[in-house]
Design a protein around this ligand. Sequence first.
Ligand code: G3P
Ligand code: CA
Length: 362
Amino acid sequence: MTIFTLLSTGLSTQVQAKTWATLNGQPPIVIGHRGLAGYFPDHTLAGYERAAELGADFIEPDLVSTKDGVLIARHEPNLKDTTDISERPEFAAYKRVEHVDGKDEEGWFACDLTLAQIKTLRAKQPRADRDPQYNGQFEIPTFEEILQLRERVSKKLGREIGVYPETKHPTWHQEKGLPLEAKLVALLSTYHLNRADAPVYIQSFELTNLRVLKQLSPVKRIYLIDGDDVLADGTVTSGRPYDFVKKGDPRKYNEMMSDANLKEIAQVAQGIGPWKVYIDSYVTDASGIKTRIPATDVVKRAHAAGLALHPFTFRNEAKHLTDTDAGDPYNEYALFFDLGVDGVFSDYTDTAVAARARMSKD
Ligand code: G3P
Ligand code: CA
């Protein structure tokens, strides 16, 4: 795991660059997950900018559509947890139940509201254990505003900040008459990013719309592989992608890393974004102690299929670590970097960047 090895023989000193076990031999990328989610509410321009300042290589907007077809950055179409809409009486009549990917949800949905209406809302921290100090301060950004910020911040920092948009619930959006794909590609074109070598990855939990995107754009694509739970013995459970449900394809997410399925994914995408426990899981004993188990061979087999791996999501809080990590998120990053992952989605860009730098010096 040494990045620079200093060999002092008394006669000579040799400095050797670290060899990373990534697909391209380069250091893994750090993706500012939902901006800088550890410190700011998800998906705010301030969070994206701060993540870039702290060293993120990419900023990550999740995209949903407004009623008038504008792409905005929200983790869910339901605005109840990430905005102040529940406290705004003028929106009370919009509260309803929507069927999203086969499940009923109650709340206020972006597809019912125009961008002008959504712009009156303010973002809020959805997690009770994170700092709420920025609640009420920031607008909900459009994807176009994020692309403009990316240009400005890249110039300010003197390095190219990448953008890593995720099409959220693409089949559901299609069913609502608000497809995401063409609008996403049109905006990438407007900002000179619709090219294979652009600092862009498009990600999706559905292969079907990645196939559509492959037809629409040469931009790199990442297939996300979700999971539901980790059982006491370390087994990862999962459901089925919603596009597979609609098509009658019986495969679950946790089957998508077989060699045959990786081969199929490699026809559509340049990489996978698996839940991190598919790479290294843990067992839980009767007292709740979580102990890591040996890593799977997913990194090796995905690389053999020509696929990069960008696992999600790395978080500093103790409850998101195992006992093997001893309360230090560095230990988790070091484990995954040693295994050869090509990038990490992190809520704490500063920690991920520091871990990568520390491994470069160990
Ligand atoms: O997109 C990778 C990661 O963000 C997936 O998880 O649910 O935070 O979008 P989610
Ligand atoms: Ca995401």
